[in-house]
Every structure is written in C-alpha cells, then in structure tokens.
Design a protein around this ligand. Structure first.
Ligand SMILES: [Fe+2]
Ligand SMILES: [Fe+2]
Length: 370
C-alpha cells in the first residue's frame, strides 16, 4: 500500500538503472527525484525532502556509505527518512559499515522491483507511524496547556468585565468550551481538569477546574456533547456573581459572620443577572443559579429540592464542592481526593445520591495525584 504523496530519491551512477527504477516508481504513483552521485544526493535531499532514499553503495565522488553517514549527521535535514542501500556485492564488512552509517535496509542487485517496493512501503509506513506516535503526546499536551492558560485568561477577563459592569465575552467562552469538549473526548477522563491544578490563582482557576471537571463527569455519565457544552460554559461562569461580592468577604480567611454569609449567598443570583444580560442559554443559567442548591431543599438561593433541580445543577453542585475542598486556597490547603469524597458522603441530604455515587466511583477509579 502506497501512502499519499510519497517522494523517492534514487541515487545511482548508472543512468540505465536509475531510469528503469524511476519508471517503475512513477508507475506505482511515486514522485521521483534523481541523483547520480553522493554530493548531488545531499543537494536533492535538501531541495525535494524525499520520504525515502534508494542509494547504490558504489558511487562516484562520494560513496554511498559516506554519503549516508553525512546525511545522518546533517543537522539541516530535520525529517528522518529511511535509506535503502543497493549493492551487487554484499559483504559483511560493508553491510556493518553501512548500518553504522545509518542505513535502514539493503537490497542486492539484481532484484525484482516488487521486492524493493515492498521494503520501501514497509519502511515509509513504519516511519510515518513512528513520527505520529512521537509527535502526538507533545502536540496534545501543547494544545491542552494552551487551552488551560487561555481559559484562565478568559475567565479572568470575564470576571474583570463583570466586576466593572461590562458584558462577559460569551462568544469566546462558548468557543473555548467547544474546544474543551473535543479534549474531553480525546482524554476520556479527568487528567485535563487535574493538570489545571498546577496553575495557581484560585479565584479564576476554580472556575476553569469546575468547567473541566463538570465536562469530564458529564462525559463519564454518557451525556451528549450539548450537555458537555452546557456544563462547561456553566462551570466557567458559575461563580461570576462573586465579582459583586465585597472582596473582604470573598477572601476572608476566617469563618464568615451570618451577615457576611448572607451577602456571599447572593452570588448565584447576581451571577444569573450578569449572565442574563447576554444571550446565554437557559440551561447554562441553571448551573449558575443552582450550584449551591441541595438535595434536601436546604440550599440557596431558592431552596430547590431534588425534583426541582435540573441535572446541570445537581452535577455542578457536586463538582463545585469537590473542587473547593481539594484545591489549595489562600487560607487552607486542599485535602486529598479520597478524604474529600469521604467528607462529602457524610453530608447527608447535600447531593443527589445517584450522581454522587457515580462521581465518587469516577474519582476513586482514577489514579489522581493531587
Ligand atoms: Fe459558588
Ligand atoms: Fe464555585
């Protein structure tokens, strides 16, 4: 099987041999480059960037083995390509030298073209897979890091806008959430959310954590992408109402007084008011307004009981508490995941029991290091 847009470089001093090979390769759908000696080979490699090189071991000016060795040492050649050496007199010493020089395979002249083509396809496909495998984790990691940093800046901006009575940039939040849905699909699990813990700055990162954790949890519950989008956007914005709460209360290290607590308890409704200024979908508003409601109807602001709460509210209520408990804050160190789950399970009537059970099993099946 020939992969698309393959380019082969044939290096052979014998015109008839290289032309014959070129015709065969072209018939098989390859783009062919030609060189008649070692020096020319290096020039053509730089110009044409072949996927594979077929090179005679005996060449004028610079022999095949030296050329091979120079190619492998040439730092300007960034992409690795396999090199197959052709030889009509295979002797052990030569083969060892050629391997040391960085050649990947041999073919003994005369040969049938199909035999060479098989080797060529195998090597090119192998190389392509190898490159993909090597590049994939870094690429993904880069993308994730980018989105984490970007999400934090985005939330920071949304909070700052809200604090100054400006609109939060909802289209940006929507777009970023869509990107995160893609990542959750690829990751299939929690690491994305937990990577975010390395970024400090609790005020904003809590929102990013909650968004990511909500999405991971929703994915685990097999909710559809629209739901993932809703809990993601809702997660980013769930505490936006805190921008209206006095900073002295918000950052107070000690227990809040009753008055202070009632002030703090206004943030879900304040957040809803901020979000309602824009065309934010009603289900997303549910995350904002319901994330402090409780299963037994003793939550705030509306004392909704289980049956009155949306699934988005139920899910975000669990994630919000879990993240607050496990993340380091200015006045307390976050506790371990297991301890947090244990503590949360002792709070009777707080969370939807079905969702909570699934959340704790999700957390405990993941090897999460905090
Ligand atoms: Fe909150
Ligand atoms: Fe929160």
């Amino acid at each position: 099987m020939v992969s698309s847009a393959n380019r082969v470089l044939i290096v052979d001093a014998d015109k008839e041999s290289r032309d014959t090979l070129a015709v065969h390769f072209e018939k098989s759908g390859w783009i062919v480059s030609i060189a008649k000696d070692g020096r020319q080979a290096t020039q053509v490699i730089n110009r044409d960037e072949p996927n594979i090189v077929i090179m005679d071991i005996v060449l004028p000016l610079r022999d095949g083995i030296t050329t091979c060795s120079l190619i492998r040492k040439d730092l300007s050649i960034i992409n690795y390509f396999p090199i197959i050496m052709m030889t009509s007199s295979p002797d052990r010493k030569k083969i060892v030298r050629a391997i040391d020089a960085g050649c990947d395979d041999f073919i003994v002249k005369p040969f049938k073209f199909d035999a060479l083509l098989n080797k060529v396809n195998e090597l090119v496909d192998f190389q392509r897979k190898k490159v993909k495998e090597e590049e994939k984790p870094d690429e993904e990691a880069d993308k994730e890091d980018e989105i984490i940093v970007y999400s934090k800046q985005m939330v920071e901006k949304a909070f700052s806008n809200a604090m100054h009575g400006k609109l939060v940039d909802y289209p940006v939040i929507k777009k970023t959430t869509t990107k995160m849905v893609e990542i959750v699909h690829k990751e299939k699990t929690l690491p994305l959310a937990f990577k975010m813990r390395s970024y400090n700055d609790y005020t904003y990162i809590h929102s990013v954590n909650v968004a990511a954790l909500c999405m991971s949890f929703a994915y685990h519950l097999k909710w559809n992408d629209l739901d993932l989008q809703i809990v993601g956007e809702g997660g980013f914005l769930h505490d936006i109402g805190k921008t209206q709460v006095d900073l002295k209360i918000l950052l107070k290290p000690d227990k809040l007084t009753d008055d202070e607590f009632s002030e703090m308890k206004k943030h879900p409704e304040m957040g809803t008011a901020i979000a309602s200024k824009q065309n934010i979908e009603p289900d997303i508003l549910k995350v904002i307004v319901e994330h402090h409601e409780r299963d037994d109807g003793k939550g705030y602001p509306n004392k909704l009981a289980n049956a009155q709460m949306s699934k988005y509210g139920k899910l975000s209520a669990i994630v919000d508490v879990y993240d607050a408990l496990t993340t380091d804050r200015c006045y307390h160190k976050g506790i371990d995941s297991e301890v947090a789950i244990e503590r949360m399970s002792s709070w009777k009537g707080h969370f939807d029991p079905g969702y909570f059970e699934k959340f704790s099993s999700l957390i405990s099946t993941e090897t999460i290091g905090k």
